[in-house]
Design a protein around this ligand. Structure first.
Ligand SMILES: [Mg+2]
Length: 391
C-alpha cells in the first residue's frame, strides 16, 4: 500500500496574446441581465487549475479544473486536501465518498464538486501510473479502435467567416461539427432570422450527410427555445445544446419531449444524483457532463451506467484526456467533443498550453495509446513565459 502524502494546486493565469471575440460570438446566461456589460466575461476564462496528488514513492497523478480556479484552489487547499492525505489512492471510491459527505452542506454542486473532480482525476492518473496501465484500461478497456470527434468551434460571426471555417474543418476530415448561436430572446424575430441564416449557411457547406449540432450556451429561455425548435427542424440538427439555464431541468424536459430537435445538456450539472435527474426525467437526449466538474472519473462511471440503462448516449463536454479515457472505455459514449488547437480565445484551448500529451485529432478521429500509463499527460514548461502561476 502506498499513501497519498501531498496535494499541490496551482492556478495558471494566461497573460499571453488572446483573440478578441466578436459581438455576437455566443449567447450566454448573462444576456438576460438588465445591464449586460461585458456579457461574454462569464463565457471567457483565461485561468486553469492543476492539481497534483503525490504518493510516498514519489509518483504524481495530475488532475485539473477550469471552473473558477482560484476559488477551487482554496477549497482543495483548505478543505479537501487534509481529508485525502494519508489515504491509499486505490481506495478511490471511499475517498470520493469522504470528500462528498464531509462537504455535503456546501460542496455537492459547483465549486465543491469541481474540487472533488480535480482530486479524483489525479487519483485515477496516479493509479494508472502505479500499475503501468492507461486509465481506460482500468475502466474496462478499449471499446473503439479510435474515437470519432466532432469539431467544436464555429462561433457566431459573419456568415462568410463561418462558412470558410466549416469548409476548412471539412477538408481536415471531420464528420461532425458544432456551431454557436449569437442571438437570443432580446433580439426578437430579427435575431431568430440571423441564427437560422447561419445554421442554413453552415449546412450549405457541410451538407446533410454530416452531423451538425448547435449550442445556445444557456443564453435562451423556454419561450424562445419553443419558438425556435420548429424553425430549426428543417436543418436536421443532431442536437440543440443548452437552450436554457442549467437549473431549469423542467424546461429541458419540456423541450426534449417536443421531439422536434434532440436536446442536449449537462455540462453545468454535477454529481451522480444531479445527472440521474436529467436521465430519469428524459430532460436530455444526449448527456454532456464534464468529468472535471461532475465528480471526476469515479462519478462519471456511475453516471455512464445510469445513462446506458436509459439508452441516453453520453458525449462529455470538452476534449481533454480525462474525458477521452472515459469515452474510450464506454460503448455508450459514441464520440468526443474536440476543441481544435487554436490561439487562446475563449479559454477552452488553454489546456493545450499547460499540458503535453493531449492527443490531436487526425482525419476526425483520435487515438489513445495502450502503452501510456495513467491519463498520458504531463505539465509542460513550453509556455511558462505566458503564464502567471499562483501556488
Ligand atoms: Mg457546450
Amino acid at each position: 500500500m502506498t499513501k497519498i502524502t501531498s496535494i499541490r494546486t496551482r492556478v495558471w493565469t494566461w497573460k499571453g496574446p488572446t483573440v478578441p471575440p466578436s459581438g455576437n460570438f455566443c449567447t450566454n446566461a448573462s444576456d438576460a441581465l438588465w445591464i449586460k456589460g461585458d456579457a461574454m466575461a462569464s463565457f471567457r476564462f483565461h485561468q486553469w487549475l492543476t492539481c497534483e496528488v503525490e504518493t510516498e514513492d514519489g509518483t504524481i497523478g495530475i488532475g485539473n479544473a477550469a471552473l473558477a480556479p482560484t476559488v477551487v484552489k482554496r477549497a482543495i487547499d483548505d478543505w479537501y486536501a487534509p481529508l485525502v492525505i494519508g489515504e491509499d489512492p486505490f481506495d478511490y471510491a471511499y475517498i470520493w465518498e469522504k470528500m462528498y459527505r464531509r462537504s455535503h452542506a456546501w460542496g455537492r454542486k459547483g465549486i465543491g464538486m469541481t474540487a472533488i473532480s480535480a482530486i479524483d482525476i489525479a487519483i485515477w492518473d496516479l493509479m494508472g501510473k502505479l500499475v503501468g496501465k492507461p486509465v481506460f484500461k482500468l475502466l474496462g478497456g478499449r471499446t473503439k479502435e479510435k474515437i470519432p470527434v466532432y469539431y467544436s468551434k464555429l462561433y457566431s460571426g459573419p456568415v462568410e467567416v463561418m462558412q470558410a471555417e466549416a469548409e476548412a474543418a471539412l477538408k481536415d476530415g471531420y464528420q461532425a461539427f458544432k456551431m454557436r448561436f449569437g442571438w437570443g430572446p432580446k433580439d426578437g424575430m430579427a435575431g431568430m432570422r440571423e441564427n437560422l441564416r447561419r445554421v442554413e449557411a453552415v449546412r450549405e457547406v457541410v451538407g446533410y450527410d454530416k452531423d451538425l449540432m448547435a449550442d445556445a450556451y444557456m443564453g435562451w429561455n423556454l419561450d424562445y427555445a419553443k419558438r425556435m425548435l420548429p424553425k430549426l427542424a428543417p436543418y436536421e440538427l443532431r442536437w440543440l445544446e443548452e437552450p436554457v439555464i442549467g437549473d431549469d431541468v423542467a424546461g429541458y424536459a419540456e423541450l426534449n419531449a417536443m421531439n422536434i430537435v434532440p436536446i442536449s445538456g449537462g455540462e453545468h450539472e454535477f454529481s451522480v444524483i444531479g445527472c440521474n435527474e436529467l436521465v430519469q426525467r428524459r430532460a436530455v437526449s444526449v448527456l454532456q457532463y464534464d468529468t472535471n466538474r461532475v465528480g471526476g472519473i469515479t462519478a462519471a462511471q456511475k453516471i455512464n451506467a445510469i445513462a446506458e440503462a436509459a439508452q441516453i448516449p453520453v458525449i462529455p463536454h470538452a476534449g481533454q484526456m480525462h474525458n477521452y479515457h472515459v469515452t474510450m472505455a464506454n460503448t455508450n459514449c459514441p464520440m468526443s467533443e474536440y476543441f481544435p488547437v487554436f490561439d487562446v480565445e475563449v479559454g477552452n484551448e488553454l489546456f493545450y498550453y499547460i499540458f503535453d500529451g493531449d492527443v490531436a485529432a487526425e482525419d476526425g478521429f483520435l487515438s489513445l495509446d495502450d502503452a501510456r500509463p495513467g491519463l498520458g499527460i504531463s505539465i509542460t514548461d513550453r509556455h511558462l513565459a505566458h503564464f502567471d502561476i499562483t501556488e
